[in-house]
Design a protein. Structure first.
Ligand code: PEP
Ligand code: MG
Length: 879
């Protein structure tokens, strides 16, 4: 019989796949003798089985749950559902990868109308008993029954107001009885039945709710953001309760072994006396810094510091721990590798190597490549910051600079973000429901909550700058406004916020670029040592080229030449070329384009300092350069500029109209129709290369790339133009240069006949944007409109235009790579679609033996790290 339920003492840290992260670590802490309230874990397999069985828990799993429960009862000498001294438990989710704030927790399960009396008698603490009961009703109603938690919040606030209580802790036992009464009333009104009194029913319902929460919208969204497969499922941890809310010698807290914001090696965390866990995380009361515990509970503090050290050296990583103190006794409720900012991640990885805890390669694996993004993006310009008007300050929860317009709800923020607006999400405090709005925001600002509040933890995980607990902010969500120090700001008003200092400023403060230095540079040097895959950049301008080289690019993998003509000063010549009626006119227009193009190439060759550059020949649908038919003024202006009539322009636009421009007259098809374009581009590349080599002595390595090839004859046709033109130039200049002619592989047909194409190509570069478009038959420009339904319908887990569909599109890439090399053994292979900067795709590219990936300049360090991780993982797997 399959084992679905494990006591903590039956597991260990290596069983993450079965027990989830939390369960495996609870087991490990138990094994190394730390004080852990005992309990059991219902496995992730039980969760996947729950879904396979049409969302029911199989009888054999239920039986195993109650057997484990009986063991736990023995451990505590208490009975579940006992009316005098009941065993109470917490029920918490725990997937393989930690998903903070995404899954749900229920505490104090096992209480009912009678057991609460028993608990009160036994602890001689009626207040505590009713406080526990009201929390349980609230959590059960919210998490299991999905009753709006605001209703409970309002009821609690009402009782507080009626009794003149400021804090929750001011509520008396009698007040709390009233809260319980009102909560139960809310339950009956919402559900039409009484609050369930049978603890076994409570337990099974809670377990099912955790299983269900694996598939709520927030979890699905989080998984998509973090590349977590949907079929992993979550485990459920059922653990004996210890109480932080039993009185003034009780408390609860969370702490990190190092500062998760900066990486500083110092215990960092917060705790609250007389409180339960969710009070700390939800930011309802403002907790106290952990080191003040030294004075209030010195012995507990000492013990905690020791445990923290033990755990960090046991896991060789920064730990994020939850603990509870019950009547002066310390219990560990959780440990895990802590989420951290990119800056902290880099510092901690480097420090751990220097402390002898990790090897360089292990350290390289510790940093999430995508996280580096925040280190590569701008910070505020110091001078501009000095001149800015400070609005207020809060806690610096997640570093980085962000500026944008204020939005007061997650939904508004998500909408504005999708419209491409720079958004600052401002909230009283955030909740897991806000995840999408947080993701779409440039920065997150809250009025309440500490460094471990939901906003802080999630923002750090996402790499979004965040300032939390800015308590001077008086937010009115209804009127979408915030008042601070007498001044009111409304939706759409611009602010700037600095997640490193915690300051918030008026207006949009200017930012400056960052550089790869210090620990970051050190980590990257370790990554470079480990990787075999080369990393190039996609760049179309000298500026992008310089940026890419600064970030470590080993060449240009894709220069999209059409992008060089969008600038106003150049588009005229391009239009002349497009509007030409015959080859002669076209050649004349191209002759005007040539100097622009050649000059750009020259500057880029210089910026590359001898690194290779792949120049992709013109590949736009031509109409992109012309105005749309309705734009009468623009058309008249162009007509004037070109010395023709509006009618003539309109006729030409009509002529160029295509029903499906993405599959239209673009790529090598343009060169087939107008060979003079390929001629001009060859002149620009070769003449620039010769000139730069002559003038600088640099070893210039031109690579000419023909796009959108589907048959070898297309490639041959265009290649012959290139070769003939090059020979002409060599004769004219009496000087030669080595160059390569290759092709993009971005049409499914090209993958199928890649061996034939390879006979004519010096290299392949996979254009996975078009290859994805044409393999799925999804329009690159329109798929975003329906992909959301694909995620919620579980048809796709992630955007195939961002993360390579390895099963389908990836198979084509692999096949083309193999076929290509079978025909030409030294064939150079790269990828230059958007996927070239995506870590999971990069790992795939490493595994199928590509030579390089190419991505936008800002993703170059991400790609270097991801390539290193792929190489190290492969090495480790071989051991
Ligand atoms: C591609 O199709 O993947 C590619 C890199 O080319 P473009 O995005 O310019 O079509
Ligand atoms: Mg393409």
């Amino acid at each position: 019989m399959t084992k679905y339920v494990y006591l903590f003492r039956e597991g260990n840290a290596s069983m993450k796949n079965t027990l989830g992260g939390k369960g495996a670590n609870l087991a490990e802490m138990t094994n190394i003798g730390l004080p852990v309230p005992q309990g059991f874990t219902v496995s992730t397999e039980a969760c996947t089985r729950y879904y396979a069985d049409n969302k029911t828990v199989a009888p054999e799993i239920e039986a195993q749950i109650f057997t484990a429960l009986a063991e736990t009862e023995k451990e505590y000498g208490k009975k579940f559902g006992d009316l005098n001294d009941p065993l109470l438990v917490s029920v918490r989710s725990g997937a393989r990868a930690s998903m903070p704030g995404m899954m749900d927790t229920i505490l104090n399960l096992g209480l009912n109308d009678v057991a609460v009396l028993g608990l009160a008698r036994l602890t001689s603490n009626e207040r505590f008993a009713y406080d526990s009961y009201r929390r349980f009703i609230q959590m059960f109603s919210d998490v299991v029954m999905e009753i709006d938690k605001q209703k409970f919040h309002h009821a609690l606030e009402a009782v507080k107001t009626e009794n003149g209580c400021k804090q929750d802790t001011d509520l008396t036992a009698e007040n709390l009885k009233e809260v319980v009464r009102r909560y139960k009333e809310i339950y009956v009104n919402a559900m039409g039945t009484e609050f369930p009194q049978d603890p076994k029913t409570q337990l099974m319902e809670a377990i099912k709710a955790v299983f269900r929460s694996w598939d709520n919208d927030r979890a699905i969204y989080y998984r998509r953001m973090n590349d977590i497969p949907g079929d992993w499922g979550t485990a459920v941890n059922v653990q004996g309760m210890v109480f932080g809310n039993m009185g003034d010698d009780c408390g609860t807290g969370v702490a990190f072994t190092r500062n998760p914001s900066t990486g500083e090696k110092k215990l960092y965390g917060e705790y609250l006396m007389n409180a339960q866990g969710e009070d700390v995380v939800a930011g309802i009361r403002t907790p106290r810094p952990i080191d003040t515990m030294k004075d209030t509970l010195p012995e507990v503090y000492e013990q905690f510091v020791q445990i923290a050290n033990t755990l960090e050296s046991h896991y060789h990583d920064m730990q994020d721990m939850e603990f509870t103190i019950e009547r002066g006794k310390l219990f560990m409720l959780q440990t895990r590798n802590g989420k951290r900012t990119a800056g902290a991640a880099v510092k901690i990885a480097v420090d751990l190597v220097e402390e002898g805890q990790l090897t360089e390669e292990e350290a390289v694996l510790k940093v999430e490549p995508k996280q580096l993004d925040t280190l590569l993006h701008p910070n505020f310009d110091t001078a501009a910051l000095k001149a800015a008007t400070l609005i207020t300050s809060g806690l610096p929860a997640s570093p980085g600079a962000a500026a944008g317009a204020l939005y007061f709800t997650a939904a508004d923020a998500a909408k504005a973000g999708k419209e491409g607006k720079a958004v600052i999400l401002i909230r009283e405090e955030t909740t897991p429901e806000d995840i999408e709005g947080m993701d779409m925001a440039r920065g997150i600002l809250t009025a309440r909550g500490g460094m471990t509040s939901h906003a802080a933890v999630v923002a750090r995980g996402m790499g979004r700058p965040a300032v939390v607990g800015a308590s001077a902010l008086h937010i009115d969500e209804k009127s979408k406004s915030v008042t601070v120090n007498g001044k009111t700001y409304h939706e759409g008003d611009k602010v700037s916020m600095d997640g490193t200092s915690g300051n918030v400023y008026e207006g949009m403060v200017a930012t400056v670029e960052t550089a790869v230095t210090g620990d970051f540079a050190k980590l990257m040097s370790w990554a470079d040592k480990a990787r075999t895959l080369k990393v190039r950049t996609n760049a179309d301008t000298p500026r992008d080229t310089k940026q890419g080289v600064e970030f470590g690019a080993e060449g240009i993998g894709l220069c999209r030449t059409e992008h060089m003509f969008f600038e106003a000063s150049r588009v005229k010549a391009m239009r002349e070329m497009i509007l030409s009626d015959n080859a002669q006119q076209r050649k004349a227009a191209l002759a005007r384009i040539l100097p622009f193009q050649q000059k750009d190439f020259e500057e880029m060759y210089i910026a590359l300092e001898g690194r290779p550059m792949t120049v992709r020949y013109l590949d736009p649908p031509l109409h992109e350069f012309l105005p749309q038919l309705g734009m009468k003024d623009e058309i008249a202006a162009i007509a004037k500029e070109l010395g023709t009539t509006s009618e003539a322009i309109v006729a030409k636009i009509n002529d160029l109209h295509e029903f499906n421009p993405m599959m239209g007259h673009r790529g090598c098809r343009l060169a087939v129709t107008y060979p003079e374009i390929a001629e001009m581009q060859t002149r620009a590349v070769i003449q620039a290369a010769l000139k730069v080599r002559r003038e600088t002595g640099l070893d210039v390595k031109p690579e000419i790339m023909i796009p959108l090839v589907g048959t070898v004859k297309e490639l041959k046709f265009v290649k012959s133009i290139v070769l003939e033109t090059a020979e002409k130039i060599f004769a004219e200049q009496n000087e030669r240069i080595e160059f390569q002619v290759g092709t993009m592989i971005e049409i499914p047909r090209a993958c199928v006949v890649a061996d034939k194409i390879a006979e004519e190509a010096d290299f392949f570069s996979f254009g996975t944007n078009d290859l994805t478009q044409m393999t799925f038959g999804f329009s690159r420009d329109d798929a975003g409109k329906f992909l959301d339904s694909y995620y919620s319908g579980k048809i796709l887990e992630s955007d195939p235009f961002a993360r390579l569909d390895q099963e389908g599109v990836g198979s084509l890439v692999k096949m083309a790579a193999e076929k290509g090399r079978s025909a030409r053994s030294g064939l150079k292979l790269g990828i230059c679609g958007e996927h070239g900067g995506d870590p999971s795709t990069i790992e795939f590219c490493h595994n199928i033996g590509l030579n390089y990936v190419s991505c936008s300049p800002f993703r170059v360090p991400i790609a270097r790290l991801a390539a290193a991780q792929a190489a190290i993982k492969e090495k480790q797997a071989k051991k």
